[in-house]
Design a protein around this ligand. Structure first.
Ligand SMILES: *Cc1c(COP(=O)(O)O)cnc(C)c1O
Length: 462
């Protein structure tokens, strides 16, 4: 299995190479040269299998000869050994034809752990085989940072720089990152939005001298390994239901919902992929109006989705164009120049054949948390609630059964939950020490040179 870039200017590479690289050298995103196909009988056979076993069956097809079966199995088993649900991604019925797919049972209580726990282990293994060092720079809207720290903290030969938008993540999210006791982890509180942080990361990659000297890499959802690992729960949920479902996906960077497209391209039967956004509704507007245009990021009750530029949309555009790398490269260039891109009718209809989209306001989000709490006794987090509220607007476009991706534990967002239900969410045992730890973070302006200088000083102390 080789990997190509959505912009067509990178030589095909192995899984280990793209795992360690993150972003393609031409600025594009990696995808498999062709999608592995999983036969329907095998998919329905997943129903009785352990999650780690299904993950192995799927990831094996992507990793090719980068790892032996024994290595891959060992890393996947270890990755899922610290989840507090034996099922890893339990499917919970909340109403007739309505299910929550709970993805928050890992060490940092958001779905990012499901992929990051595997990625961290494979990354360390690939790096050890290749030799040398790596510098991970991650922009986070709140959950990627702690998941990356939990997966990579304390590992040899890897330095981890995590940039979160100052004051725009929840206190629990911030403390999960800043109290991490690892010498190889540096937290940057960036004065700006998530998009500002993501732009700086992209600029650091574009600075080839710096990027090569620092062995820069990315573990956010531009790293294809994340997408591959996240495709697994679309399979396990469908196998458990025994029939095709519509998946409602709270969306920011378009990584999680694109993992659903990946599953479909591997042969999984899915009714609709529903893109749910908060007031930062660039993706809902793109799919509904045909114009992909960024606006100013606004703070909402679902901060992990306060994103205006959805990096992984590039992968969906590449596929929708029939894998036309030239068109994709031109389109991304004009989007980055103009801040807006009118989608040609053929591309839009290819996207709409699979995706529906709607946005939900903070008010609607709170109402959804309150409604689910009243009707089912369950407390959901504000990101999950965006999915519930947005799906209600999509109505008949979504064919049942409906599977709502529940992307975070409500304890990560206690204020929003209390506002909706009047109740406090008890802090899970894993976070018991969260308020005792000493916080370590450096506040930096959103300025490329300053951030680059900060990283250089830490990599090469005087
Ligand atoms: C990251 C995140 C999302 C958005 O996922 P994308 O892959 O960026 O679309 C949604 N909910 C939560 C809780 C998250 O942490």
């Amino acid at each position: 299995m080789r990997y190509i870039s959505t912009r067509g200017q990178a030589a095909p590479q192995s899984f280990a190479d793209i795992l360690l690289a993150g972003l393609a050298p031409d600025g594009g995103l990696f995808l498999p040269e062709s999608w592995p196909q999983i036969p329907a009988e095998e998919i329905f056979g997943f129903a009785g299998k352990r999650y780690a076993g299904v993950a192995f069956a799927i990831l094996k097809r992507f990793t090719g000869d980068s790892f032996t079966d024994a290595e891959l199995r060992e890393d996947i088993e270890a990755a899922y050994s610290d989840f507090d649900a034996p099922d890893i991604a339990p499917l919970v019925q909340i109403g007739p034809q309505h299910y929550l797919l709970e993805l928050f049972h890992g060490p940092t209580l958001a779905f990012k752990d499901i992929a990051m726990q595997v990625l961290g282990r494979l990354f360390a293994r690939a790096l050890a085989k290749k030799g040398g060092k790596a510098t991970v720079v991650a922009a986070t809207s709140g959950d990627t940072g702690s998941a990356a720290i939990a997966a990579l903290g304390g590992l040899p030969n890897i330095d981890v720089f995590v940039m979160h938008p100052k004051g725009r993540v929840s206190e629990v999210q911030r403390r999960q990152m800043t109290t991490a006791p690892f010498d190889n982890v540096y937290n940057i509180a960036l004065e700006g939005s998530f998009d500002d942080a993501q732009t700086i990361v992209k600029q650091l990659f574009a600075d080839k001298t710096f990027a090569n000297a620092a062995h820069l890499t990315a573990v956010n959802s531009i790293n294809f390994a994340r997408i591959a690992a996240q495709s697994v729960y679309y399979f396990t949920a469908t196998a458990k239901l025994g029939k095709a479902a519509s998946f409602i996906v709270p969306t920011g960077n378009f990584g999680d919902v694109f993992a659903g497209e990946a599953a479909m391209r591997m042969g999984l039967s899915v009714n609709r992929l529903a893109v749910a956004t908060n007031a930062n509704d660039i993706m809902a507007r793109a799919l509904n109006t045909g114009v992909y245009a960024s606006g100013a990021a606004q703070g909402t009750l679902s901060p992990s989705m306060d994103i205006q530029v959805a990096s992984n949309f590039e992968r969906a555009l590449f596929e929708a164009s029939g894998r036309d790398a030239k068109w994709t490269a031109d389109a991304m260039q004009s989007f980055s120049r103009d801040g807006s891109l009118a989608l040609p009718p053929s591309i839009l209809s290819a996207l709409r054949a699979r995706y529906s989209a709607a946005q939900a306001s903070d008010e609607e989000t709170l109402a959804a948390i309150a409604r689910v709490h009243r009707d089912t006794g369950r407390t959901i987090d504000p990101h999950t609630a965006v999915g519930i509220a947005a799906a209600a607007k999509m109505g008949n476009a979504l064919q049942a059964p409906l599977v709502f991706l529940s992307t975070a534990h409500p304890a990560k967002f206690p204020d929003a939950v209390a506002q909706a239900t009047g109740q406090k969410v008890p802090l899970p045992a894993r976070l018991a020490a969260l308020y005792d730890g000493v916080e370590r973070a450096t506040v930096l302006p959103h300025d490329l040179g300053t951030v680059r200088g900060f990283i250089e000083e830490r990599l090469h102390p005087a």
